[in-house]
Design a protein around this ligand. Structure first.
Ligand SMILES: NC(=O)c1ccc[n+]([C@@H]2O[C@H](COP(=O)([O-])OP(=O)(O)OC[C@H]3O[C@@H](n4cnc5c(N)ncnc54)[C@H](O)[C@@H]3O)[C@@H](O)[C@H]2O)c1
Length: 271
């Protein structure tokens, strides 16, 4: 099926990737463009946003890049203003920014806790704050928040307390917006990816391996653990997240609102 997002304008926040390869946001921006959307690619790193724009344009799609820190109110307002100035509307908001952080309550510093909540939760509140009035005027629109299965599960192993808590907050934010804005023609859903092999995971594996004696072996070990932990024997990819986002963004999901869509190869049904 093609043109599932024909004539729609999408903002993907966190449209780059934190390293070489395909992250959830980069795959989502490219997938939206392949289905006919014009895509504003936003990232805190201009080069990361522009890389995704170049990928879209190379395939004949329409996109433009914008540098913004999504946890800053002024940046988010400027982002929405820029989208309206360029294309005059916002049909789809895909909130994809997120950072990981290891440690339980005892090990984690207060600064790190605030940083994770600013990036993972406040940014989603701010983008909604500035996009919802636009969607309300249009009489329609859809928001997709990228959460995580870490919002509903915390397996034994590495502690990620701030990450778990922040993604739980993303789910609550999603349900609250879905309920408040349903009668205004606006839908809000979340995607809960499981273990995906994205640049963020390579970065965390590198961080973990840095402290180990045999760096390469430690890196491979962490990747192998994640592959083994998946019922399919392999982590998912950014394309799995993107395809879920495509469904939620499209009119096929017109009656899907306030849903927390797990995309995890079945890991949560086992745990
Ligand atoms: N990879 C996984 O296994 C996994 C699992 C569940 C959920 N997720 C979620 O998916 C989302 C994307 O993850 P990814 O693995 O593709 O990561 P990624 O780090 O490759 O991509 C995230 C992008 O967001 C940008 N970003 C970070 N903070 C920002 C900010 N304050 N303002 C603007 N841009 C910012 C980064 O520069 C990066 O380009 C995150 O919300 C993450 O929590 C990932």
């Amino acid at each position: 099926m093609a043109d599932r997002l024909k004539d729609k304008v999408a903002i993907v926040v966190g449209a780059g990737s934190s390293g070489p390869g395909w992250g959830n946001g980069k795959c989502t921006a490219v997938t939206f463009a392949r289905e006919g959307a014009r895509v504003m690619c936003v990232d805190r790193h201009r080069a990361a946003a522009e890389e995704t724009v170049a990928l879209i344009e190379k395939e004949g799609g329409q996109a433009f890049g914008f540098a913004a820190d999504a946890s800053k109110n002024a940046d988010v307002k400027a982002m929405v203003d820029a989208c309206l100035a360029k294309w005059g509307r916002v049909d789809i908001l895909d909130n994809n920014v997120g950072i990981g952080s290891t440690g339980g309550p005892v090990e984690l510093s207060e600064e790190e806790w605030h940083l994770v909540f600013d990036v993972n939760v406040k940014s989603f509140y701010l983008t909604a704050k500035h996009v919802l009035p636009v969607m309300e005027k249009q009489g329609k629109g859809t928001i997709i928040n990228v959460s995580s299965i870490a919002s509903i599960r915390s397996p034994k192993g590495v502690a990620y307390v701030a990450y778990n808590a922040s993604k739980g907050a993303v789910n609550g934010l999603t349900l609250a917006i879905a309920s408040q804005y349903a009668e205004k023609g606006i839908r809000c859903n979340a995607i809960l990816p499981g273990l995906m092999h994205t640049p963020m995971i390579d970065f965390l594996a590198e961080q973990y391996a840095k402290h180990e004696k045999d760096h390469n072996q430690a890196y491979d070990k962490m990747i192998a653990i994640r592959n083994r932990a998946s019922p399919t024997g392999k982590m998912g990819t950014g394309w799995d997240t993107a395809n879920a986002a495509l469904f939620l963004a499209s009119d096929e999901a017109a009656y899907v609102n306030g849903h927390l869509l797990v995309v995890d190869g079945g890991i949560t049904v086992r745990a």
